[in-house]
Design a protein around this ligand. Structure first.
Ligand SMILES: Cc1cc2nc3c(=O)[nH]c(=O)nc-3n(C[C@H](O)[C@H](O)[C@H](O)COP(=O)(O)OP(=O)(O)OC[C@H]3O[C@@H](n4cnc5c(N)ncnc54)[C@H](O)[C@@H]3O)c2cc1C
Length: 414
């Protein structure tokens, strides 16, 4: 792998940029792999990367039905935070957030991590109590957050109207080291590092069947033929129920469309991320100047990758209350992704009823922030049979009633 550096750019500038290599190799499937990862989104690629880096397992294929990073990983609003309520959540999200801090150096790929600070507005008394409780829990968990008053909110984000007509801002849960990263770059950086370790990333290769013998996985059928494997990781977000069905088991997951939109680019006016869960909308400003706006999920199951039209209006209407200056902005683009939502709004990182098959799904509306932590834990689960990061997120929690209830922290779109 050619190292990216200022020196390499200068050298290539003198060489008419003829010396750059493909970031990742174009691979064709081999007959057999130690591990097949289905899904080249952030979670699948991170799982493969840490399998290679932390456990030396490199005979790995990552199979992607479309193009790498073309699922939710390339469709989200890139908010990174770890201010969850329950201990297992704080552990995996904070592990992920801390890995984001050094990801660019680790992958030798600029993922543009920007720890600009994330605030979740409290606009009802109920939210004030809830966020104060979360701040107290975070203090025990070693996650740096604080509850701040309205004056500090206004100081951090002057364009906000804190005296809103329906819901005045009463304070916010503030995580100063939360922020954003460039979503495509996260996928591309992991892909390049996986390819450099000799792993095969095979795009336009849809898994159409899962083969098992005597209760143990032996391989998959794909649009590029049958491929054998010792272990199989299903990391396909909104399509996880389909993959599980192919393997012969069911998942407690619903798939729904979640959408987002961006405005025309404007001069810098906001250098924090704001989430307003009561009126339901959230916003940050991209490096290009666009206001990046997230909406809600459709209220019915679907696989449209588009989202219902009325959500755009609802989201913008809600945000105009809190940010009156956006009323004169033109909206440029809108898109959707299919997110996989569990009943307790926590992910599933687990063994399955078929030996050798592992599943990583259920991240719902908020899994971008978790990519490195999830990949780290998932790789350990696959390599060693368990991981302290994933132990609590097993499928058995749904039958044993051990829910990790994050419906307040994660039941919103983000
Ligand atoms: C509009 C929107 C906004 C969001 N905002 C945020 C946010 O601000 N912060 C945050 O933390 N999270 C956010 N999320 C959630 C986040 O994007 C997801 O949780 C995360 O990207 C999931 O990553 P993944 O790798 O599991 O899935 P994906 O990136 O969807 O990757 C799964 C891949 O599997 C492939 N696949 C599916 N079926 C098959 C098959 N049969 N064979 C082969 N390949 C297959 C798909 O093509 C896809 O590329 C948002 C999501 C959306 C849609």
């Amino acid at each position: 792998m050619k190292r990216y550096s200022a020196f390499a750019i200068a050298k290539e500038a003198l060489n008419n940029h003829q010396g750059w290599k493909r970031a990742w190799a174009k691979a064709q499937p081999k007959r057999k792999y130690d591990v097949i990862v289905v899904g080249a989104g952030g979670h699948g690629l991170a799982t493969a990367y840490y399998l290679g880096k932390n456990f030396g397992i490199r005979n790995v294929a990552i199979l992607e039905k479309g193009w790498l990073g073309g699922g939710n990983t390339g469709r989200n609003t890139t908010i990174i935070r770890s201010n969850y309520l329950q201990d297992p959540s704080a552990a995996i999200y904070e592990k992920a957030r801390s890995l984001y801090e050094t990801m660019s150096q680790d992958l030798n790929y600029n993922v543009m991590f920007s720890p600009r600070g994330v605030m979740m507005l409290a606009q009802t008394e109920h939210e004030v109590r809830g966020y104060k409780r979360t701040a107290a829990a975070n203090a025990f968990q070693g996650v740096e957050t604080e509850f701040i008053g309205p004056a500090r909110v206004k100081e951090l984000c002057p364009i906000m109207n804190i005296e809103g007509p329906r819901y005045p801002v009463l304070g916010a849960l503030w995580q100063p080291r939360g922020g954003t990263a460039r979503h495509d770059a996260v996928a591309w950086g992991y892909a390049r590092a996986c390819s450099a370790m000799g792993m095969d990333i095979i795009q336009k290769c849809e898994v159409t069947g899962v083969r098992s013998e005597g209760g143990r996985v032996v391989g998959v059928d794909t649009t590029k033929g049958a491929i054998d494997c010792d272990k199989l990781a299903m990391v396909v977000a909104g399509h996880c129920s389909h993959l599980a069905e192919m393997a012969g088991f069911r998942l407690p997951v619903e798939s729904v469309a979640l959408q987002a939109l961006v405005s025309e680019p404007i001069k810098p006016c906001m250098d924090v991320v704001v989430m307003a869960n009561t009126v339901h909308g959230y916003m940050s400003q991209s490096d290009k100047g666009e206001m990046v706006i997230g909406g809600g999920t459709d209220a019915f199951n679907n696989y449209t990758q588009r989202g219902s039209f009325h959500h755009i209006e609802e989201t913008v209407r809600a945000l105009v209350e809190t940010f009156p200056m956006i009323s004169r902005l033109k909206m440029l683009r809108q898109w959707g992704g299919i997110v996989d939502v569990t009943g307790d709004r926590s992910p599933i990182l687990s063994k399955t009823p078929i030996e050798g098959i592992f599943v990583n799904c259920g991240w719902g509306t908020g899994g971008f922030k978790a990519i490195p932590g999830s990949g780290w834990g998932m790789a350990e689960l696959i390599a060693k049979g368990h991981s302290p990061l994933t132990d609590e997120f097993g499928l058995n929690r749904f039958t044993e009633g051990r829910f990790i209830d994050e419906s307040v922290a994660a039941g919103v779109a983000h």
